[in-house]
Write a protein that binds this ligand. Sequence first.
Ligand code: FES
Length: 576
Amino acid sequence: MAAKKPKRQLRSADWFGKLDKDGFAHRSWMKNQGWPDDAFDGRPVIGICNTWSELNPCNSHFRKIAEHVKRGVWEAGGFPLEFPVFSTGEVLLRPTAMLYRNLAAMDVEEAIRANPMDGVVLLVGCDKTTPALLMGAASCDLPSIALSGGPMLNGRYQNMTLGSGTHVWKFDAMVKAGEITLEQFMAAESANHRSSGHCMTMGTASTMASMVESLGMGLPTNAAIPAVDARRYTLAHLAGRRAVGMVHENLKMSKVLKRENFENAIMVNGAIGGSTNAVIHMIAIAGRLGIDINLDDWDRLGRDIPCLVNLMPSGKYLMEDFYYAGGIPAVVKELAGKIHRNARTVNGKTLWENSKDAKVWNRDVIFAYDKPFKKNGGIAVLRGNLAPDGAIIKPSAASPKLMKHRGRAVVFESIEDYKARIDDPRLDIDETCVMVLKYCGPKGYPGMAEVGNMQLPAKILKKGITDMVRVSDARMSGTAYGTVVLHAAPEAAAGGPLALVRNGDMIELDVAKRKLHLDVPAAELERRRRGWNGFDSPYTRGYAKLYVDHVLQADKGADLDFLVGASGTPKLRESH
Ligand code: FES
């Protein structure tokens, strides 16, 4: 197809459009890939930002997805150029993929800015890849469209449906409780993840794919089409095609994403029972765009939103079922009375226009707004002397009877301390206690690992008890569940009050009142603070040191302080 000539000079022309030695160099070296002259005729250059990696199984099919994006770009008269960025795979990276989210975001930002692109398609999948690419792209602010890689097919084992993560936690607890053998546990391993794609529970990856769609950064149905469904590849084709159109319209990311888009996404998060990790990621993405989204927004907007979606970890179905039931458009339609109908999306229509004709095909998967799956959908933000800057809990994944609870603290000074003592029969703990974990926040871990959903002691599991109140400055996997208070800020390593908790202190949780209180007199806390030795990170060089020195607390999105905001894509000096 002949390229449609843009009405304005494109950014890429500053590389490819020059009739001088620089233009020669830019085109000539690129031609070693076989591109014809007219690839450089002024058509929009669309970068395909690819997080493919064999070390990130959730994104390991992305080379194929990229090929389908390219078809759409060529068809629309653009010139697609695929490039790799750091792929933050959740299951292998140590000490936690979250440590590298900001590094990947820097990679994305610099790669986009330094290269001749007019628009970009962001290929996202595994948990941190979605926020990292959105953050990096937001700081450049080119026309950008996100395309999720899609969830895996449902896990199937001995006629059971298995969810990513959720069944690992469940089976692990069952082994400890003596309900299944270790051999049965290990046999489930091959059945849990049996196709390409990301975790198919409503964990962080599916939540962030849903955020992409409800923010308006992806095409309708982006969130739920399974990775191996042919329609995922059709969507990739359409995303490539649309990216070219966005360049012609100069539809930059900042023109799409406004406060209303974030508010819509927060409400959708409540309705889908989305991951607590979305709180941090969305605050960080908004921060790149200069939009102040904070914890109070999360509490205010989610407070009245019921959970409509019956998906693990809060419910019983998986993303494949969610797609067949109607997916995000059907959920948005249920939120008709709540959402901002004028919020724009990348396809040029509003979120409401994209959703108003959606249908629900299975009411056991997507419930009606006035007959919800669970009453409490949103994220509750807790405050008190234990978390002056806030902590969060996901009520839909918690036990109703523990939402108001007072218990004796059993303190673990690190995750290693927890692992060493949790199953010691001599540990002085019962089910009324509150498990407290310290030094697992952004600076402390570093990277704020997903260790907040501490497994209960075996001796309590054996009594048939499956939930206790837990409090930490850590995150938890979006696939996990329980009455788990997370993201306590400031974290222990930054001198937050969590550092001062001792065994035997009484802790009060009252979710309805949004309260998290350490029942220790202020004078005693002050005395303990004077005796606190501070926290010395063992990370003294490289990226981890940069991270520890500059990471913001969880309530601020855990971005690096110098990355908040945007630099756009100013004209840069020539390289030679
Ligand atoms: Fe990649 Fe869950 S491990 S999405």
